[in-house]
Design a protein around this ligand. Structure first.
Ligand code: SAH
Length: 200
């Protein structure tokens, strides 16, 4: 890797990596506190576990391998500042959404499909606009990635990886929530969309 702040490809990698570090910092506390809350219901399955690994690879491992080992460099492409700046804006937006969704979910958050003891349905704040704002944040990250990383594989692996997790998970998550919260969740579904307000 060449260190040059006048090279858009380098700046893209730098922002992607910084974004990953900020995301880990945002997750650190929710991860510790929610663990203390016992799990009462889980819808984790082998499919869910495999798709989490696929997502983690696409949004993290594959880009890291490309950035730090230079593998996949035959798929590099040219970078330009406009594209990099769009990527920075999308990734910053994603991190902002991560922060507010973690704040809203608090100890109810789980990395997978779990309900905790005394779980309450959150429907206010950002959860009033969409049912899955944290997944909206992951989509923004996945979409930011090909703008920031000037490599066809490392760039688009996030969309493939997170897309796999999202489409295999979201229906099961909603079924789990409906099983726990019944009509309260059905009503909530009636008035909200999944990840894009008013649209999807
Ligand atoms: N799908 C949500 C949450 C992702 S974290 C989002 O994208 O923002 C996954 C966990 O959050 C699930 O295991 C579930 O227990 C919990 N969860 C999902 N929606 C919730 C809600 N509206 N209120 C409380 N907990 C919720």
């Amino acid at each position: 890797m060449e260190f040059s702040l006048t090279d858009p490809a380098f700046v893209g990698k730098l922002f992607w990596f910084t974004g990953l570090a900020i995301w880990l910092a945002i997750r650190y506390r929710p991860n510790r506190t929610s663990r203390k809350n016992k799990i009462s219901v889980t819808a984790r399955s082998p499919v869910e576990n495999v798709s989490m690994i696929v997502s983690f690879s696409g949004l993290g491992i594959i880009p890291l391998i490309w950035i730090f080992s230079g593998e996949l460099s035959s798929f590099n492409h040219a970078a330009n500042w406009v594209v990099i700046i769009i990527g920075i804006i999308l990734f910053a937006w994603s991190l902002y959404l991560f922060r507010i969704t973690h704040k809203a979910l608090g100890a109810m958050w789980s990395v997978s499909l779990d309900l905790r003891e005394g779980h309450k349905l959150v429907t206010s704040g950002i959860y009033e606009k969409v049912r899955h704002p944290m997944y909206s944040a992951f989509w923004l990250w996945a979409v930011a990635q090909p703008f920031l990383l000037s490599n066809w594989i490392a760039g688009f692996s996030g969309i493939v990886g997170f897309g796999t997790l999202f489409f295999l998970r979201v229906g099961r998550e909603e079924a789990m929530m409906e099983g726990e919260f019944g009509d309260q969740y059905k009503d909530y579904c009636q008035r909200t969309k999944r990840i894009i307000p008013e649209i999807y």
